[in-house]
Design a binder for this molecule. Structure first.
Ligand code: GTP
Length: 303
């Protein structure tokens, strides 16, 4: 396409003014040309890269990544979009423990219709999307977190349960489910106020964090009901863990200084079973067991 209204100098100035840096990269990873991205608040000056290869500048791992993406863009022909990070530790010659935070980029990569220096080549626009990525990460975390306790919420718990149920269906990897609920929280709210009720809920979350393993998923399911998914755990171990939770909850609640109103918890346990149609069946069994624990007098574990 030719626009006779613009001189070659103006074309060059337009390329230099492109807001995001544009790299012309050959299949073998040579930087044939670099345009734009002049605002140094967002981008490093890439002009020194021309004539070098990606492998001269970046670590082996990142180089392999870029060469793979270039090959994909050349193969596909259409617009190829990829998100990636670049940190100081990815750049050769910089100390790995360097201060720079990783920057998130979106690469928009298009095959060129002509060869450059005897090779197939792509045009790679590299947009700094770090602020957007941080916002997305924050929103995702918020959408999966219970604000009062910081534990997973129902949505996150159900997603984790579905994931582990799929593993169970394929490999018979067991998972246990604990459904637990604070006994007589209404009484504590009535007697000591809603804020103290909140403290009891927060204390139970603290007990979950202290007592459960890193890959367990304790969640506030709603109100004063909690559900914890215990991957790779069968019913006997889950029962031991549940008893420990119940005991530690007693201590934690007693430490809140609510005297004879001190709360207890009731726990129902289940595990994934071969004839479960979905993870909800196991959750329902844990809930039924919790109901029985309440009916039998509370402050106990039932499976
Ligand atoms: N402070 C506080 N109270 C809550 C919260 N969510 C639910 N509750 C209260 O917890 C109580 C839950 O009621 P239930 O589980 O039916 O009964 P309970 O009094 O805990 O007695 P149980 O039969 O032993 O479960 C209600 O009074 C709710 O108002 C919360 O976020 N903060």
């Amino acid at each position: 396409m030719h626009n006779s209204a613009l001189s070659n100098d103006q074309f060059a100035a337009i390329l230099a003014a492109l807001p995001d840096p544009v790299f012309i990269l050959t299949r073998s990873g040579r930087y044939a040309a670099v345009f734009g991205g002049a605002d140094l608040r967002y981008y490093h000056d890439g002009s020194g890269l021309v004539g070098l290869s990606i492998g001269d500048v970046l670590t082996r791992e990142k180089t392999d990544f870029f060469l793979g993406e270039i090959a994909s863009a050349l193969h596909g022909g259409g617009l190829h979009i990829v998100e990636y990070t670049l940190a100081g530790s990815d750049v050769k010659g910089l100390k790995a423990e360097g201060p720079s935070q990783p920057i998130w980029f979106e690469g928009r990569v298009q095959r060129l219709a002509f060869q450059v220096a005897g090779e197939d080549a792509v045009l790679w626009v590299a947009s700094n999307i770090t602020p957007r990525h941080e916002l997305e990460t924050r929103l995702r975390a918020q959408s999966e977190t219970d604000p009062l306790t910081g534990l997973a919420n129902r949505r996150k718990l159900l997603a984790a349960m579905q994931q582990h149920f799929a593993l169970f269906s394929r490999y018979r990897t067991p998972s246990a489910i604990l459904a637990f609920d604070i006994d007589h929280l209404k009484h504590i709210n009535d007697r000591h106020g809603h804020l103290m009720g909140d403290q009891v809920i927060i204390a139970l979350a603290g007990v979950c964090r202290a007592e459960l393993r890193g890959n367990d998923v304790p969640a506030r399911f709603g109100g004063d009901e909690f559900v914890a998914l215990l991957p790779q755990t069968g019913l006997p171990s889950a029962t031991v863990i549940a008893q420990r939770l119940r005991q530690q909850a007693l201590h934690a609640f007693a430490a809140l200084g609510i005297g004879d109103a001190a709360a207890t918890i009731s726990i129902g346990i289940s595990e994934f079973a071969a004839d479960d149609a979905s993870c909800e069946s196991a959750l329902e069994r844990a809930d039924n067991a919790l109901y029985r624990a309440k009916a039998q007098g509370r402050n106990q574990v039932v499976s």
